[in-house]
Each structure stands twice: as structure tokens, then as C-alpha cells.
Design a protein around this ligand. Structure first.
Ligand code: AMP
Ligand code: ZN
Length: 117
């Protein structure tokens, strides 16, 4: 069922505390943790606790939680004292999505080129 934990999902396991992560913030609906392979001084992933395959599925299935993820992205940037930051939702393998549990990449702390690669 939409939103239910998936046995084979890395981020469901992180949300459940079954796999360790460097957690920076937690709310009732979200978890934010540092990316294991950071691409910027601040590189934090904000995930919903509920399992949705990508950001669009999250927005369709639990729009209030999608808003929570965006609010938490701002809170992560504030905690790292980043005035500017970028939020990325890779969607689909062709765009570089490797974990099919919705997550916002929050990137900050270095020059961020536009357009991105
Ligand atoms: P994406 O490629 O958009 O699906 O993003 C997945 C991200 O998860 C990548 O940036 C990985 O470096 C990151 N990642 C994979 N495993 C872990 C982990 N155990 N803890 C933290 N970040 C992870
Ligand atoms: Zn999941």
C-alpha cells in the first residue's frame, strides 16, 4: 500500500533506525541525515518517513508531508547557516535516482552552478 514501509528499501531502514545515519533533524513525518557521499559542504537528504517512490508520488499521496519535506529543507539550511541552497529531487534512473524512496537533496556551502549538470 502507498506509504507503507518496504522491506528492501534503504531509506525505510534509516527512517526506522535499522541502519545508522548521521541524523541532523527529525520530525514526526520526516528524517534529515547527511549524505554518505557529500557533493557539497552541506549535503543533507530529507526523506518522508513514509515510503513513496519519488517526490511526485509523495505529493500525490501525502501532500502535507511533501510540504513538510520542503520546510525541513529550509530548516537544514538554517542549521548549517546557509543563506542560499539548492533542493534537488532526482526522479528516474536517467536523472540519477538510485534510491527509490522520495528524498530531497539539500546542497549548500559552495558555488552552485546554473544550469546544473
Ligand atoms: P539519488 O541518487 O538521488 O537517488 O540519491 C541517493 C543518495 O543517497 C546518494 O547521494 C547517496 O550518496 C546517498 N546514500 C546512499 N546510501 C546512503 C546511506 N547509507 N546514508 C546516507 N546517504 C546514502
Ligand atoms: Zn522506503
Amino acid at each position: 500500500m502507498a506509504g507503507e514501509p518496504q522491506d528492501d528499501c534503504l531509506f525505510c531502514k534509516i527512517a526506522a533506525g535499522q541502519i545508522p545515519a548521521t541524523i541532523v533533524r527529525e520530525t514526526e513525518t520526516t528524517v534529515a541525515f547527511r549524505d554518505i557521499s557529500p557533493q557539497a559542504p552541506t549535503h543533507v537528504l530529507v526523506i518522508p518517513r513514509a515510503h513513496y517512490e519519488n517526490a511526485a508520488a509523495l505529493a500525490a499521496g501525502a501532500p502535507e508531508v511533501a510540504a513538510d519535506v520542503l520546510r525541513e529543507a529550509q530548516a537544514v539550511a538554517d542549521e548549517d547557516k546557509a543563506e542560499s541552497y539548492r533542493v534537488v529531487f532526482n526522479t528516474g534512473a536517467g536523472a540519477g535516482q538510485t534510491v527509490f524512496h522520495a528524498h530531497a537533496h539539500v546542497l549548500a556551502g559552495r558555488g552552485l552552478h546554473w544550469p546544473p549538470g
